[in-house]
Ligand binder design. Structure first.
Ligand code: SF4
Ligand code: SF4
Length: 138
């Protein structure tokens, strides 16, 4: 199964070899969807973890134990059609092809099935037409 997490790193933990430890110690694969280090050297990483349910639980327990803050809220991307002007800027940052623009009408298309919820498109939109709607993991 897969869990999508937003992991907040305090500055002292930014250099932790998280993905390596998850793979070696817990047999959990970590796919980094977005990573950002702020000027004060703390960091945020959006990651998709893959493993079996017990391994994922143990891995997340370990992450919290080393001082990382986990945000387990799930999200989905919504496009505000009232704001979108179909400029296509967001399509250039979308790694999965979930956002596309082209024939026949040159309007923005969004394929939720392809969306990784990496959030890279949100700041790319000059019209604030892209939002993350949060839901809580069951
Ligand atoms: S960047 Fe914003 S306005 Fe432009 S196509 Fe994407 S959602 Fe629409
Ligand atoms: S969150 Fe945005 S950029 Fe990321 S995959 Fe989904 S549509 Fe593309």
């Amino acid at each position: 199964m897969k869990h999508r997490l937003t992991i907040h790193f305090p500055s002292e933990a930014v250099h932790q070899p998280i993905t390596y430890r998850l793979a070696v110690d817990f047999d959990v694969a970590a796919k980094i969807l977005r990573a950002q280090i702020s000027p004060n050297r703390s960091g945020t990483m959006v990651v998709e973890l893959s493993g079996d349910i017990d391994e994922l639980a143990a891995a997340e327990h370990w992450l919290e134990g080393i001082g990382l803050e986990l945000d387990r809220a799930q999200g989905e991307i919504r496009i505000d059609r009232e704001r979108c002007v179909d400029c296509g800027l967001c399509t250039s940052v979308c790694p999965s092809g979930a956002l596309a623009i082209g024939l026949p009408d040159w309007r923005l298309g969004f394929d939720a099935q392809r969306c990784l919820v990496c959030e890279q498109c949100i700041p790319s939109c000059p019209f604030e037409a892209i939002n993350l709607v949060l839901t809580t993991r069951c």
